[in-house]
Design a protein around this ligand. Structure first.
Ligand code: GKR
Ligand code: MG
Length: 426
């Protein structure tokens, strides 16, 4: 079989409407940015991928795109070499602090991950096989997802959104969160629930967890305050919620702080903030700081890197789950393929998809049934770009004026005293 020679790659930024979801950093702005990547080969095959869409990531991705022509799309080690050369010594800041600090390793991982998915898609299309087959074969034919619950306002602050309020309404107390969970469960069938915390006083969030447990006694619940509690507050909350949570995610900042909390609770602690690249693992394992790592191909270095992480978790007896930021269907497909081909990825995955009203892929490929998505069986990722939708979302990007993610500034439109400094609850 001849090589799959890359002739060019393009990165198209898009903006998607987003509701006012609250978190430790503030509030989601009216638009979230993503980018759609297309890698073209000499045979006319086009591999697709999805990545972040902030200015700094776009600059990085375009720099890498320029050095890809001539590479064989089967040569993933060659991809890494070219990325390392293109990145040099320049660490690119992450588009949100909610996925932990930036590092050179993470910068390389971000760029490799972005293009590796497109390379895999092209390989799958060339061979007529789904990406899961290229990753060792699917060990399950459907992948479970968790309902991702957010405190939220009914609408964006005055003057910042030129579209109708979303259909979800406000959720600012336990009743509001339970109602939101009910809609998510009825609509998508999710079998587990994750509450994004770090917004209100910890005791209020404990009450919301208790209300969820009461309303959905059969569904595991997770709570994620994005490191907005001091170790002392985190220890107190962990004691109150002993036995109530599937896991407690990033209760407090940093590996030593997490280790301090872990030492005093039987609740598993999970993270997508303090163990965010391979270099973080030795200290975390040595200190027993986390019991579950949330992988994410966007910043761990792609699908193969997530499988490498899975192996390390298995070796050290750590659980493995999956993190999400606002994303579209191309990333959803990539998440499903790697989860399907990772035997020890047994927790339901996070996804922001229910919060979206816009999409770039053609409908029909991915749908939630009983809280799960069937693994696509078509070639590559098994999803296709809807060219009209992509053009419209790119146009929306051009018009919206947002070029990064700034949840704190959006929150300050309502609460001028908000700083976003963590941990807020000490
Ligand atoms: O979308 O506001 C959000 C989340 O807080 C996200 O940015 C986090 O990175 O979902 C993520 C998490 O689990 O920490
Ligand atoms: Mg998290």
């Amino acid at each position: 079989m001849p090589g799959l020679v890359v002739t060019g790659a393009e990165v198209v930024p898009v903006a998607v409407k987003d509701p006012p979801l609250l978190n430790a950093s503030g509030c989601h702005e009216p638009f979230q940015l993503r980018s759609i990547i297309r890698v073209r080969t000499a045979d006319g095959i086009v591999g697709i991928s999805e990545a972040y869409g902030d200015d700094r990531t776009l600059e990085l991705l375009n720099r890498v795109a320029a050095v890809l022509p001539g590479l064989d799309a089967f040569d993933l080690n060659g991809l890494t070499r070219r990325v390392v050369e293109a990145v040099g010594t320049q660490t690119v800041p992450m588009f949100t602090e909610l996925i932990g600090p930036a590092s050179l390793q993470k910068t390389v991982a971000l760029a490799v991950g972005a293009f590796e998915v497109a390379f895999f898609d092209a390989q799958g299309k060339a061979l007529g096989r789904p990406v899961a087959d290229l990753l060792g074969g699917a060990v399950r034919d459907r992948v479970d997802f968790s309902a991702y619950l957010f405190y939220k306002w009914a609408e964006h602050p005055d003057g910042t959104a030129a579209f109708e309020p979303d259909e979800w309404g406000a959720a600012l107390d336990p009743d509001g969160i339970v109602a939101q969970a009910r809609t998510m469960v009825d609509r998508y069938g999710f079998g587990s629930l994750k509450l994004k915390g770090g917004v209100f006083a910890p005791q209020e969030e404990v009450e919301a967890v208790r209300a969820l447990r009461k309303a959905f006694p059969d569904r595991p619940v997770r709570l994620d305050p994005n490191a907005n509690w001091s170790p002392e507050v985190a220890a107190r909350v962990a004691a109150e919620l002993e036995g109530e949570l599937e896991y407690l995610e990033d209760p407090t900042p940093g590996i030593p702080g997490m280790a301090q909390v872990a030492a005093g609770t039987s609740l598993p602690l999970a993270t997508n903030m303090c163990v965010v690249c391979f270099a973080d693992l030795p200290e975390a394992v040595r200190l027993g700081a986390v019991q579950v790592v949330l992988s994410d191909h966007h910043f761990w270095g792609g699908l193969r890197a997530c499988q490498r992480l899975a192996g390390i978790c298995e070796t050290f007896g750590l659980g493995l789950s999956m993190h999400s930021n606002t994303h579209l269907g191309v990333s959803l497909a990539a998440m499903v393929h790697v989860a399907a081909a990772t035997p020890n990825l047994t927790y339901a995955l996070d996804t922001h998809v229910p919060w979206k009203t816009e999409e770039v892929i053609r409908p029909g490929a991915l749908a939630f049934r009983d809280g799960a998505i069937g693994v696509p069986t078509g070639p590559g990722l098994g999803v296709e770009i809807d060219e009209d939708a992509l053009a419209a979302l790119h146009e929306q990007y051009v018009r919206c004026g947002i070029r990064g993610r700034d949840d704190a500034t959006h929150m300050r439109r309502v609460d001028p005293s908000f700083t976003g400094a963590r941990p807020r609850f000490a």
